[in-house]
Design a protein around this ligand. Structure first.
Ligand code: PGA
Length: 257
């Protein structure tokens, strides 16, 4: 069986001023003094990337952006490019979060272009997929994530795909306090792994890291990470409190125990 290094990312969304982001990053640095086996990625708002990078520099904590444009530069007022967030210290980019898909026009096609742009820029995409409550109720979960994963990976060569992280985030679980059951989340991540295996073969699929996201907390993280397909979490609300986030990170160590 392939051992995949666990990865827990904190998606701070549109929270924290620059000063607050530095305070949070500094507390995380203090609370998580010992690196442990889990890769940890903080995703503050893009205006705070440079400052958070400074606060975590030299530690085991990694940095990610929450979004980028797919173009490298140009007349796109208000947007930031992969090169820009990379120059600010980010090595990861969240792509296709459901909030962006629902409110900011990130279609499957746009997500695909962003994934390619992130890889071309030398950064690692954390690609989010997941179904709405209606789709869940209709039993369409597998079909929806299959479509989203196929679209996101369109045109990505096998040599590059293995490094991508996929986050399964059922939309009905995000920010609701109602996470998927560990078994349900595992089953859908298993579907996603199967899609990757169909496209790229079992070896690549077995090595690819896949997270669950949606109302992950310090109290439910361990049961999610006990599932064979779930290699970590993309954490929203619970990533804004240092101790709670540290507990989630520590729980992921079970993956390599
Ligand atoms: P949540 O958000 O943990 O607050 O549910 C997860 C996410 O949107 O990535």
């Amino acid at each position: 069986m392939t051992i995949r290094r666990p990865i827990v990312a904190g998606n701070w969304k549109m929270n924290t001023t620059v000063a607050e982001a530095v305070v949070l990053a500094t507390s995380l640095r203090t609370v998580m003094h010992d690196g442990g086996p889990t890769e940890v990625v903080l995703c503050p708002p893009s205006v705070s990337l440079v400052s958070v990078h400074g606060a975590i520099h030299g530690t085991h904590l990694g940095l990610g952006a929450q979004n980028v444009h797919f173009e490298t530069h140009g007349a796109d007022t208000g947007e930031v490019s992969v090169g820009m967030v990379g120059s600010a210290g980010a090595s990861y980019v969240i792509v296709g979060h459901s909030e962006r898909r629902a409110r900011f026009g990130d279609t499957d096609e746009v997500v695909s272009r962003k994934v390619r742009a992130v890889l071309t820029g030398g950064l690692t995409p954390i690609v989010c997929v997941g179904e709405t409550l209606e789709e869940y109720d209709d039993g369409a979960t597998a079909a929806v994530v299959t479509r989203q994963v196929r679209a996101a990976l369109e045109g990505i060569p096998a040599v590059e795909v293995g490094g991508i992280v996929i986050a399964y985030e059922p939309i009905w679980a995000i920010g609701t306090g109602r996470p998927a059951t560990p078994e349900g989340a595992n089953a859908t991540v298993g579907v996603i792994r199967g899609v990757v295996a169909d496209l790229y073969g079992h070896e690549i699929a077995d090595g690819m890291r896949m997270q669950y996201g949606g109302s992950v907390t310090a109290s439910n993280a361990a049961s999610l990470f006990a599932q064979p397909h779930i290699d970590g979490a993309l954490v929203g609300g619970a990533s804004l409190v240092a101790e709670g986030f540290a507990t989630i990170v520590a729980a992921a160590a079970v993956r390599v125990a």
